[in-house]
Write a protein that binds this ligand. Sequence first.
Ligand code: NAD
Ligand code: UDP
Length: 321
Amino acid sequence: MKHIVVTGAAGFLGSHLVQSLIGQGHRVTGIDNLSTGVIRNLAGVMENPHFVFHEADVTRPDTMDIFVDQQVHEVYHLASPASPKFYQADAIGTIWVNTRGTYHMLELARVKGAKFLYSSTSEAYGDPEIHPQPESYRGNVNTWGPRACYDEAKRLGEVFCYEYYTKQRVSVKVARIFNTYSSGLRNDDGRVISNFVTQALAGQDITVYGDGSQTRSFCYVDDNIRGLQAFMAEDRADGEIINIGNPTEYTILEVAHLVKQLTQSDSKVVFLPLPEDDPKVRRPVIDKAREILNWEPEIGLEEGLKRTIEHYRLMLQVQET
Ligand code: NAD
Ligand code: UDP
């Protein structure tokens, strides 16, 4: 049985990862400051004797004291707001968690001889001039805009990883995660799938930003979690940056109509201003993931949306009763 640390454990991806690891029989310690995460995401594991939760902030050095007398085998550093709505509301906190927080968790991995996985992002490519995006693309990020606190902090987080891999010999893996979705995203998370599904089920207007011609490539959470775990498990992937995402690309307008159709909603599709620096296209090249991790996504958008819609429907019914 391994002891695995997950930061951001009460968040969307963190809580899915924790449940998967516990299901595989590992001992897991979850850390989260509950800034965007919610404890109910962990309801299924809170009573499990192999799971321990600490409400703590990874930007504080004393958070590492939790592990003073403990062996740690793996660290998944997922803590960080991910929705533009939330990371822009706490820009400085976002910078700290991805820089200082990453440094603290790398130190923990170094001291314990643990493997380390960092959840970086497709935002490292910014508004890309190369399409689709391979890991070798160095990106087109604006340092002077509302997305910079996230994009540039993630890029600096990757630099910490590079230094700990090359100088400290920590077994480091950098996952550049592309838009991932399912239930578990908060209703008010602000990201496109949670917005559209919530709006469609409530009969509210579906809010497309801009003309909806911008594209994204959506990965269902189960595929993502399988990819992160395959990455952690593969020794050949040490010191690598690997895209984890689904390479099937949709315009946002297509997604709006698909959600409307699958929910059989009467909602109107309306158009609102496009946020500043919103990337125009995004699609991962996943050759490296296929070759090194033997991983690729299995769940298409329509199937993933059907599952997501079902979960949201049940959640909304529970909230109403
Ligand atoms: P989320 O907001 O649902 O979860 C992030 C969690 O981190 C939250 O529970 C939050 O409370 C916690 N957190 C934030 N700051 C913290 C701090 N200082 N100390 C301790 N905990 C802190 O986001 P998510 O979608 O689950 O994303 C998880 C990770 O994956 C993030 O690092 C994000 O940047 C990355 N990522 C996600 C996606 C995606 O599509 N979901 C895409 C690219 C990258
Ligand atoms: N978007 C939208 N309507 C919404 C929320 C988002 O049209 O209600 C668009 C947003 O402008 C972007 C895409 O959907 O082009 C994905 O946005 P999200 O915030 O989910 O993630 P991003 O990839 O921008 O970080």
